[in-house]
Design a protein around this ligand. Structure first.
Ligand code: HEC
Length: 141
């Protein structure tokens, strides 16, 4: 029954990513990405595991947070976490062992796990060679 439900949704039924409480203190800034026209800034944070990614391979335990800011205010947090066995529920759009969720700054959902198929569907295009991560994980780039 549970398996059937997972197939139906093609997304995880439970949140194994988790709201990254205190991410600004606990994580490192890996890079920033700006769209000058829209006053939008994205700041990408990672934990120690994510920062240690080599040759496009992220260790288990990697956590990436992309903070969106519009005119200075945080509008949302895109979060992806890699653990052994994660991601199976995305079926054909599986992106290795990552799972995804998106939160408002208060921890409520923008994209709950059950609707995170869209994340995988797009990140799959980043390719296995980059471990489905779009931006380079290195702090120096
Ligand atoms: C239409 C394609 C698309 C969709 C859908 C999408 N992403 Fe992304 N994501 C990107 C691109 C492109 C970047 C790089 C953005 C940049 O550097 O400005 C990115 C960056 C990220 C990053 C920073 C790490 C990286 O890959 O560079 C995280 C974390 C992330 N996305 C999570 C999510 C989550 C969670 C969702 C679903 C709620 C999602 N994404 C949906 C295309 C997408």
């Amino acid at each position: 029954m549970k398996y059937f439900l997972l197939l139906l949704l093609a997304a995880p039924a439970v949140d194994r990513v988790g709201f990254p409480e205190g991410y600004r203190e606990k994580l490192r800034v890996l890079r920033t990405s700006e769209k000058t026209d829209k006053q939008e800034v994205k700041v990408i944070y990672g934990n120690e595991a994510a920062a240690a990614a080599k040759d496009g391979v992220y260790p288990y335990g990697s956590l990436l947070v992309m903070e969106s800011r519009k005119a200075g205010a945080v509008t949302g947090l895109h979060v992806m976490r890699k653990e052994r066995g994660f991601g199976e529920a995305y079926g054909p759009n599986r992106t290795g062992e990552w799972e995804y969720t998106e939160y408002k700054p208060d921890g409520s959902y923008i994209t709950p796990p059950q609707k995170s198929e869209a994340c995988a569907t797009c990140h799959v295009k980043a390719g296995a060679a980059k471990d489905f991560v779009y931006g380079a994980g290195s702090a120096s780039r």
